[in-house]
Design a binder for this molecule. Structure first.
Ligand SMILES: [Zn+2]
Length: 262
């Protein structure tokens, strides 16, 4: 078993989490596809008219996945289950939102002067999805192996009972308003993901973004399930396997904001 105290294990744990994140992303696409099916057809028609072999394989895959993930969930230490009932007071939540917002603004101001504008190559790759006017303003910073440390207030909030705080250090990229910082090197996929967040900041504004993020996190307890994040991952997944299907990130984000899906 891994141990946090062994440096080699810490790398392996980060790798394991990145693979889990990948699996979660793929599951989210499967969930989206199934949701479409659910919206469009009633289950009696599916039961009667669907191809038996395809249906059987889908049921089998879903059942196996459910059994596998439930077996992991059953092993999650009971101490953590206790914190599931953790419900901070509204003034604690408001203060947390203020701290996150101040942190993002500070990081943005720190990295902005070091940031480079996007090259023409990246603008050309991202243009069909994000408007030129937006791409002209965004700045990027590649840390090439150095990593952004976790925010200074994490320890205090962990002590208050906030668990599973997003591990900033392990993320491929971080978006500080209009500056995207890459913990390692820039990849097109990580750049796209960062741009989705930058558009979310633009459409929602810093205060609203932080409010939705903190409250979303307290609801789901998982960074990847916060709607702001889930949307970024699902658009990223569409971008990664776009078969010439172009879509506008700005339109998608505005739609979600209008429909209060964040
Ligand atoms: Zn993200």
């Amino acid at each position: 078993m891994f141990s946090w105290d062994n440096p080699a294990d810490r790398v392996a744990i980060a790798q394991m989490n990145s693979e889990l994140q990948h699996a979660q992303l793929e599951l989210l696409s499967a969930q989206c596809a199934t949701h479409q099916l659910r919206l469009r057809y009633n289950i009696d028609d599916l039961a009667r008219f669907s191809r038996r072999d395809v249906l059987r394989k889908s049921v089998q895959a879903a059942t196996e996945l459910s059994e596998y993930y439930s077996s992991i969930e059953r092993k999650v230490p009971s101490a953590e289950a206790v914190t599931e009932t953790f419900k901070p007071d509204e003034d604690v939540i408001v203060e947390a939102i203020r701290r996150v917002s101040a942190y993002l603004q500070e990081q943005r101001d720190h990295f902005f002067p070091k940031g480079a504008l996007l090259s023409n190559h990246y603008k050309a790759v991202m243009w069909p999805y994000v408007s030129t006017a937006f791409l002209d303003r965004v700045r990027i910073v590649e840390l090439e192996g150095r990593r952004v440390p976790n925010p200074p207030f994490y320890e205090q909030y962990r002590a208050l009972g906030f668990v599973n705080l997003p591990e900033v250090t392990h993320m491929p990229s971080l978006t500080f308003i209009d500056v995207i910082v890459f913990n390692e090197r820039l990849t097109e996929r990580a750049l796209f993901h960062g741009l989705v967040h930058a558009v979310q900041f633009e459409v929602l504004g810093l205060e609203r973004y932080c409010d939705l993020f903190v409250r979303g996190f307290l609801n789901t307890r998982l960074h990847f399930s916060v709607p702001l994040e889930a949307h970024a991952f699902s658009l990223e997944s569409k971008f990664a396997d776009a078969k010439g299907n172009r879509f506008s990130v700005e339109d998608q984000v505005r739609l979600w904001a209008r429909q209060s899906r964040y």
